[in-house]
Design a protein around this ligand. Structure first.
Ligand code: AMP
Length: 284
């Protein structure tokens, strides 16, 4: 497995393997089994699998956890190698944002709700770094987790709108045995917080059950999630029942929905979602 720090080296590696089909998994490191599932899929479905590890400063607001974000490159590289990645691109910040860098990619309305409204500027940072990474790696397909569903939709839309020629594929959320969605930020949770955080996935699973029993009213679904997640130590930021493709909030019963939430558990911000009435593979 090759590890490159410079875009020019990663690009040269890519160019030399021009005939191969390339699967790409962009990450911010602190890899867990959720990331592993994406890398495994890239390895399985392509001649070469490429992983990037880059904690992207432009997608963090000044008050967010960029400096404290968990970093464990040695363990990350070992995981990539074990799974069979051919190349890891792990640049320094000034390799991606050299002195004077000023160009930004601004995604459309799909980036303005939910996480975009809770974290202004977040998706400009995401779209900008992925445009840069896609231009270096030039993958055929890039894999993203359902856990960050809005990111998946923003990147799908961006790739189509800009004609990047990169297929953007969603992969199911990998969970701990008790239901908690795996996240690099789970490392911040104390044992008590970890227990409290279970209310989030439990509330979404309960909504999924309501849906399968025929509940279609978005207000009832939202209220159910809010009630189920109302436990001490959990501060909900938003609960959304939205159209899975546009992410417009649903005002009326619909035949498919993304039920999503963001919450603070202690000082840690967590997000999670479930998709109902539609399969992840249909999201493209
Ligand atoms: P991150 O390192 O948090 O930027 O995540 C890199 C990629 O891994 C993104 O596409 C995430 O959606 C995906 N990912 C993160 N957590 C999970 C999970 N629990 N299951 C599946 N994919 C995940």
């Amino acid at each position: 497995m090759k590890v490159f720090r410079l875009g020019s080296d990663a690009r040269a590696f890519r160019t030399a393997s021009a005939a191969a089909s390339i699967g790409f998994v962009p990450t911010m490191g602190a890899l867990h089994d959720g990331h592993a599932s994406l890398i495994e899929r890239a390895v399985r479905e392509h001649d070469l699998a490429v992983v990037s590890i880059f904690v992207n400063p432009t997608q963090f607001a000044p008050h967010e956890d960029f400096a404290a974000y968990p970093r464990d490159e040695a363990a990350d590289l070992a995981m990539c190698e074990r799974i069979g990645a051919a190349m890891v691109f792990a640049p320094a910040v000034d390799e991606i944002y050299p002195l004077g860098d000023a160009t930004r990619v601004r995604p459309g309305p799909i980036s303005e709700r939910l996480e975009g409204s809770a974290r202004p500027g977040h998706f400009v940072g995401v779209a900008t770094v992925l445009t840069k990474l896609f231009s270096i790696v030039r993958p055929d397909v890039a894999y993203f987790g359902q856990k960050d569903f809005q990111q998946l939709r923003v990147v799908q839309t961006m790739s189509r709108d800009l004609g990047l020629g990169v297929g953007v594929v969603g992969c199911p959320t990998v969970r701990e045995p008790d239901g908690l969605a795996m996240s690099s930020r789970n490392r911040y949770l104390s044992a008590d917080e970890r227990r409290n955080a279970l209310a989030l996935s439990a509330a979404l699973f309960a909504a999924q059950d309501d849906w399968s029993r025929g509940q279609r009213d978005p207000t009832n679904l939202r209220d159910g999630v809010k009630r189920a997640a109302a436990v001490p130590g959990v501060a909900l930021e938003y609960v959304s029942v939205a159209d899975p493709l546009t992410l417009d909030e649903l005002a009326r019963p619909a035949e498919r929905a993304l039920i999503s939430l963001a919450a603070r558990v202690g000082r840690t911000r967590l997000i999670d979602n479930v998709l109902v009435g539609m399969k992840l593979e249909e999201i493209a």
